[in-house]
Design a protein around this ligand. Sequence first.
Ligand code: NOJ
Length: 581
Amino acid sequence: MMFSSASRTLVLALLTLGASASRGGTPTVSYNVSAAETYLPNKDYSNEQLALLWYQVGPVATHPVVTATVEPTPEPSWAGPGEFHPFVASNYPEELAVAKLPPGFNWGMTSSAYQLEGAAKDEGRGPSIWDLLSHRNPNQVADNSTGDVLAQHYYLYKQDFQRLAKYGSPYYSTSISWPRIFPFGKGPINEAGIKHYDDVIAELVKHGIKPALSLFHWDTPLALFNEYGGWTNPKIVDDYLNYAKFVIARYDKHVPVWFTFNEPQYCNWQYSYYPAGILYPSYGIGPGINARFICGHYTLLAHAKLAKWYHNEFKGKGRISFKNSGNYYQPVTNSTGDLEAAKRATDFSIGWFGGPWTDGDYPQSLKDTLGEILPTLSKAEKALIKGSCDFYALDGYTAFYVSELPGGANACARNRSDPNYPECGSSSQVAPNGFSIGPAADAGASWLKSTPTGIRKFLSAITKEIFPAVKDIVVSEFGFAEPFESEYASVPDAIWDLRRTDYIQGFLDNILLAITEDHVNVTGAYIWSIMDNFEWGSGIKTRFGMQYVSYDTLTRTPKASWFQARNWFKRHGGEFLPGAE
Ligand code: NOJ
């Protein structure tokens, strides 16, 4: 946004006011601040409004040194771990001895805007709900971190991409921040934000790295939440389309893969559990099960409208889909009740969104259980959604055992006060033999165990049983939070991430086995994440990066898993950029 000098004074005054609000306190936003000024019909008030939004968030930290785009310095050569501990071996030396990936297999690292960029308030960005939540919702983030600074990728992207180019991975999956482009979610465009993403895309193109871009990774513009409650209001669909079409029109020629949404299943927690006082305007629908399924509904409609526009009107040249949060649910026994419980768990996670685009409607179990809570898809909407993805994108991290509830699913499905409603099954990551289903990740990702064979089973199940219409599947995220990684006193200790290394090897092996042995058409795999970042409610202490970020110096140091992955792709015929080391 271009700030006029007249309004700059007022902005500064407001920022000073904002600085007195403490983290965790209830924000009192005074909309009378500009009352002394006479309203001028032709004046652009957007700067004042932006300052008020940030006042609602409170003081935002900045990095003391890195406050503008940094030109890259030459990259060092990396040797990887030393001679005294070998890399993790494959469990499938014979089956995979000569196995190769199919030509054109998409692979690379991942990230998302709010989790990596930092520079939260810089260059005209508007706040997203995550700025408010991390600053103002007590106990929202386990370690009290925010997205204010993080790895400052917003200013260090040139160095980061130079490193990726040398690494050689042909794709990079990340997201665009909606409130950087539309600080209010709609209305005035922030020229500085566009210029930033122009540069980001140009830099990727310069290195030959292909962007796989998500248009939405949970950072709903705060202004839209304030106005109408975000994804619980149908107005969001048009505001999203306005933003998303703008981005696609600008960058499509360089972007072969678009994700309309990252994990719409986020509606489960984003719209269920947050305290009403912080996010939900009193006139909004408020958190809870209704909001959860309404959020999913408008997300699906927004996705489908954009995808149809992309192919039919805009005639985009890439592929478009959305990323699904999905874990493999294995029935603990073959009893009918356990099988049904696993099916219900799958329906409520990936069926919720996969049913409509593959089969044209929500799964029957959702309709039966939720009744009027689940919005109905009209005939026209069903037609719009069906077939709206060019491929299936699975963020598949882990697996669970599922069992029937003691009283059976039906009693629970009829009782909205049952604590297991509406999934009405029981899941666990403890195997019947008493072991955890796999080695545990960091406590901040307590849902995550390393289950490499689960991804192979899941890829087959999705394409052969759950959604047989899926002919092409991409593992759009998988990754691991090494336990206790933030506890190490020395970076050299921290970067020997043995469990993540094992997870990466095991997952990649099993993805390849799904291709070579099970004949599943897996066309890509993306590793979460390029470097340590903000793990939402778990903050920065839970690290998912393939590079270690020292948050004081902003140094990124490749971990053992970074090399393990690269060796794996070399061994199995992955494509590399021409400049790869
Ligand atoms: C999937 C989400 O897309 C990403 O934002 C998150 O950090 C990872 N899972 C790890 O939990």
